[in-house]
Write a protein that binds this ligand. Sequence first.
Ligand SMILES: [Cu+2]
Length: 423
Amino acid sequence: MNPGDSIDIEYVNALPVSKEPPNMTNLHFHGMTVSPNAPADDVLTMMAMPGQRLHYRVAVPRNQEPGLYWYHTHAHGESNWQVESGMSGALVVDGIETHDPAVLGMRERLLVLRDPQNDPDYHTLNAMRRMRAEKRNLPCGPEDGRHVTVNGITNASIAIRPGEQQFFRVVNASADRYFDLRVDGEQIGLVAQDGYAVNTYPGQPSVIDLAHVLVPPAGRAEFIVRGLPHPTSLRSACIDTGPDGDPNPDVTLASLVVDHSAQSNAVDVVRAATGAPISNPYLSTALPPPAAKRNIVFSEDPETNRFYINGRMFSANAPPMVVSRAGTVEEWTIENSTFELHAFHIHQTHFLVESINGAPVRRRQWLDTVNIPYARQTSRTFHPGKVVVLVNFLNPVIKGEFVFHCHLLEHEDGGMMAKILVR
Ligand SMILES: [Cu+2]
């Protein structure tokens, strides 16, 4: 789509009638700065039971940043199995080349990563406890009951000529899995994260060379890969998800095979046209001082698999936990008091990460999903994981009621979600 377009969808829930789970579904337009009110990006009141329909009409603002977004179901209590079973897809807002002309003429690879379950007992408490016990002995051991796919296939291969630069656009559409992406034997050139070019914040370079990039569940990374003269692979290294976390072992996502043809093989898109970057006053001007400072605490009971924000499980009937004013920014300190990773996500907007565990983050970059480190217990003191973010409520299009939550969807389904009202 292009900035200024409208997304019109006739959404049909064709799932069978069921008691448990009830098979209700809907859509969330992840990362888009659009209205949270029906018939747009409303996950609270728009819900289709089996046989029902929803009519979405989402106005994409003219100043929507060009980049990679995604859509997925967002039915509280059923998000995890629906998303891990594939009810999602990528959304591209065209025009990334206006931020980063480096991608002009490159072959593009749109890669959707998923973690479908292959064990029907995967979600039982017993299976979870067994997995946790195994993981304590072998933190990077196999991930029991799930496997990773790229665009639905397990052994993907991507052809790339020696020296050729390609533009990889990767969506982490898994329900609960982190990817620490890298290409063996070389650096990647990061162009965008979570739909926003890395130079969206004034003064930042348009490409950042990195050895690897951590993509939490629901995150996106867009980067340039240069072909080597020998085969290599796109891979995720093992991630330490904490003593109570699920295993996220090393996994090869795709083989990069040497393409000896002189001409490009067929691809969907090679970016050619370029115009002026869109101007977005809510991102490019100096930000006002925070209008409010808040503490958001993620906690859980690993024995019962219940999850909390500020001590409360999500309730559709509860009043909003946070009430904010449109036209402001707020500083939120997000604390992780558990021994596993969580991924903070807020709908309708992006935030800047200011510090992680007290260490200032120098690179100013807009994100919609961020990892929150797990807590550490020393002999005397307990140190929760802590990330300070500056949340952007400047754009009045986001006025309304929406949610923030952990994007490990098993946790969101288990209660780690809360409502916010922006007025
Ligand atoms: Cu979580």
